[in-house]
Ligand binder design. Structure first.
Ligand SMILES: C[S@@+](CC[C@H](N)C(=O)[O-])C[C@H]1O[C@@H](n2cnc3c(N)ncnc32)[C@H](O)[C@@H]1O
Length: 366
């Protein structure tokens, strides 16, 4: 039995017909299988209570399609569009907000809506056109409704070639409200920045990383793939010297405001290895020990980063938060063959009902 309201054809939540215990057991076994060399170190999955395992998503990206009468939001599966008028893992706010926007936008194919992206209080209408649509549809009543759903910024993002890549660097137009909002940890974010979904679990993972890395004024922390700075803020608060690297321009801009005491470099980590190397050498000269926190996308650590870690960086401790047990396994095997011991493997259920599982691995220099 699929949950009430759930669209049968949607494949987003492959665990939706399992109990929470079944789902967590499957995730645990999956991580143990991928990290088979350290299977005995894999701890039970940290999760939320049964009550909080639905309605937890406050951000989403849905495709849009005009069916000749109205706009539908949902997902494409090959050439078939699957409308998702309501999703039980979305928060009630998110479901209500999506429906309000869907009904308010012009009922015409020429509006060219390709996606709606909701990131907390920021909402983006991705328009597959070079032409900015007018905003006549955005009346006072709708603005009041958006405010009641906690929306603080509404954007057009013009992306004529949008496909798999939803956002381009240019084409951003704020059509109502303010461009930045503040997240659950008090950090500024924008419409494109990455954010974890379940604050209590994410903060638990950061607590464990912090306990292990022991940031202090004797320590220098390298924080790679640092996003808007949630982790860096912790290290700085403990007195550590911090350098972060992040690819997303908007996230870098926010991180620099959120953690003014950290050095934040913009670019791909593999391209910033030389600057990170110089910074680390300088901190070592000041007598600080070096530790590393990494939270890469599912592609894992870039080879240049791995090579820097083992050849020169040589951090005393590494906390690696990963959303892909497959790339995590490859990366930690390489580190284990080159001077690191895996100390703990802690899976987190950041995405209940789905097959996704996040894992924090703690490594110590042998
Ligand atoms: C899983 S998110 C983690 C963000 C942050 N640590 C947090 O918890 O909010 C991965 C981040 O890496 C960034 N990113 C992706 N590829 C990158 C690369 N090659 N170099 C640096 N950052 C990258 C993304 O923009 C994203 O912010």
């Amino acid at each position: 039995m699929i949950p009430e309201g759930c669209v049968a054809e949607c494949r987003g939540c492959s665990h939706r017909e399992m109990t929470m215990s079944e789902s967590l057991l499957q995730k645990f076994e999956f991580v143990r299988g991928k990290l088979s060399d350290w299977a005995d170190l894999v701890e039970p999955v940290h999760s939320v209570t049964d009550k909080n395992c639905w309605g937890y998503r406050d951000k989403t990206t849905l495709s849009a399609r005009f069916d000749g009468v109205e706009w539908q939001l949902g997902m494409w599966r090959r050439d078939e569009f699957i409308p998702i008028p309501y999703c039980p893992i979305h928060s009630p706010r998110l479901n209500g907000l999506l429906n309000a926007i869907r009904q308010a936008i012009p009922k015409s194919q020429s509006f060219a809506l390709a996606y709606i992206v909701v990131s907390g209080a920021q909402v983006v209408l991705v328009i597959k056109s070079k032409q900015k649509p007018n905003v006549n549809w955005l009346n006072c009543q709708l603005v009041k409704e958006l405010e009641s759903f906690g929306v603080e910024g509404l954007w057009y993002h013009l992306n004529p070639s949008t496909g798999r890549r939803i956002f381009e660097k240019s084409g951003w137009h704020l059509i109502w409200g303010k461009p930045r909002s503040v997240d659950y940890n008090g950090l500024i974010y924008g419409p494109a920045a990455f954010q974890q979904l379940i604050p209590e679990l994410y903060n638990q993972s950061l607590d464990l990383a912090e306990q292990f890395l022991q940031p202090s004024n004797h320590v220098a922390v390298v924080d790679l793939y640092c996003g808007t700075g949630n982790s860096m803020l912790r290290w700085v608060r403990q007195g550590a010297s911090v350098i972060g690297v992040e690819l997303g321009g908007e996230a870098v801009e926010c991180a620099r405001i959120n953690v003014p005491d950290a050095t934040v470099l913009r670019g791909a980590c593999r391209h910033r290895v030389p600057q990170v190397r110089d910074w680390v050498n300088e901190k070592r000269m000041e007598g600080k020990s070096v530790v590393l926190y990494v939270n890469p996308p599912r592609t894992g650590l870039e080879v240049e980063v791995l090579d820097w870690i083992i050849a020169e960086g040589k951090p005393d401790r590494i906390a690696y938060l990963s959303c892909s047990p497959g790339t995590l396994s490859k990366n930690i095997s390489y580190l284990a063959q080159n001077g690191y011991d895996v100390v703990r493997c802690i899976p987190f259920d950041f995405f209940p009902q789905t097959h996704h599982v996040e894992t924090l691995v703690l490594l110590q220099k042998c």
